[in-house]
Design a protein around this ligand. Sequence first.
Ligand code: J2J
Length: 546
Amino acid sequence: TKFDERDCPKWPQARADYYRQVGYWQGITLGEVLKKQAQQLPHHEALIIGQDRWTYQVFDQKVDQLVRGFHQLGIQDRDVVVVQLPNINEFFAVCFALFRLGAIPVMALPAHRRIEIRYFCQFTQAKAYIIADKYFGFDYCQLAREIKAEVALLKHVIVIGDSQEFTALSDLYLEPEKNDILAVLTRPNPSHTALLQVSGGTTGMPKFIPRTHDDYLYSVKVSTEVCALSSHSIYLCSLPVAHNFSLSSPGTLGVFYVGGKVVLTKDTSPETAFSLIEQEQVTIAALVPPTTLLWLDAAKNTAYDLSSLQVLQVGGAKFSAEAAKQVKPVLGCQLQQVFGMAEGLVNYTLLTDSEDICIHTQGKPMSPADEIRVVDEEDNPVLPGEVGQLQTRGPYTICGYYKAPQHNAKAFTADGFYCTGDEVKLTESGYLMVVGRIKDQINRGGEKIAAEEVENQLLAHPAVHDVALVAMPDEILGEASCAFVICHPDQPIKAMVLKRFLRERGLAGYKIPDRIEFVNTFPKTAVGKVNKKALRNCLIKTAINY
Ligand code: J2J
């Protein structure tokens, strides 16, 4: 039941050698990055949430204590652990302890529910599941109880807060004893998987993205350079801590990499964020477009002083040029667009770029070693400036998902490029504009929904004969989801009942369709497939008719 690196497609030897030779892959582990800061900046603040303020020294000590506790519990090198935590300091103590042990955290989101978590635990054969007792009214201990009953291999549930019948994380902060495990711990291999990110997905089930210490740290390092992070940087993290954007672009790991300070917030309201910006003198923040719109609105008449904020990163979904234009005048800071993906490639607009580029493009690949091409349906390069699918490979873009050979055969080309499913246009100066998507996914304000996954869940209802999930325009979210449903004759059913059905089955809330329309047939394409484009178009028309 141990994690096997052979289940993760790796870079061909020649490319791996090159990435090491030119110094992209430094042979350092994530755990060592924190150790270095604890030695160099022990009293510098690293992590803040509310009254809980950790210096690098405190942070590092907590990690070492947890290494002992996890080890005593039997969590070892190559064990997988599903981590589902809100924005709290302990998330980082947990992850770094796992990194140092060579155990592999799966980066679950607080919004995930029974269907997702059960799948994560089963598929990765996780040994432990780590949660906070309650968060925004949801009882994670009850969820853990259900998961534990269904997943035989899951040995431990570890809880922050009221642990009930499970193991309390607070009992796992252990001081050294005579034979300290830390003295004999073997160092994780930097070219091995450090963590599993969860892909937004396009198929029935989410895919796992294996990121190595080497490749992830390279992506973090280049991001800190592009974003000009330093030990004076103060980063506000209101996105979920586990998301790839807030973790690595440059995110919290980028801040630790340079010895800066992370300010966490649990709620995403502009009021909370603005008061923290003033109080902690935040210099950089990362947001998805819908939250940015809320900030822009709230900033027009706020009493808070936001003048410390230098950079606002916006990414995860397309940010409209109209909103982008307002960032500088309204918030008084520089806008940086970020077009990234948990599979690897990250594009940024540079802080030195012209206003025109910052507003109208989604940036350019951050590394000189990123290879990109824009192709047509036959995988042939399109003419310069024309729209096509973006494909990419490079020193921090994965070569395949974990244990998914069949899917990998489709998602990666023979020469190792990842097919992003994003439709882009390359400008003359080498910047990317995201214009659409060919993958069957809905981007709900940065939260990704695989249409097929939700369709399968709806098909499980006995009254549902067929279903198609498509994106519909939404003023705030950019896109929301609409399910077109064909019911079995004589089995009419209400939209509300179907939504409740999905919720009770345990599907994450953001995947539950925002709208359900009952129809008798679907429009079909020439080859007889459901014509989703026609379905999307009919939603746009209704929106206009209203
Ligand atoms: C349009 N679409 C975008 C953008 C992502 C940094 C930033 C974001 C992510 C992320 C990330 C977009 N405009 N600016 O991991 O490190 C859509 C694309 C892309 C998909 C990836 C990071 N920024 N997207 O969003 O794995 O469709 O990563 O392929 O969640 O989000 O989603 P995800």
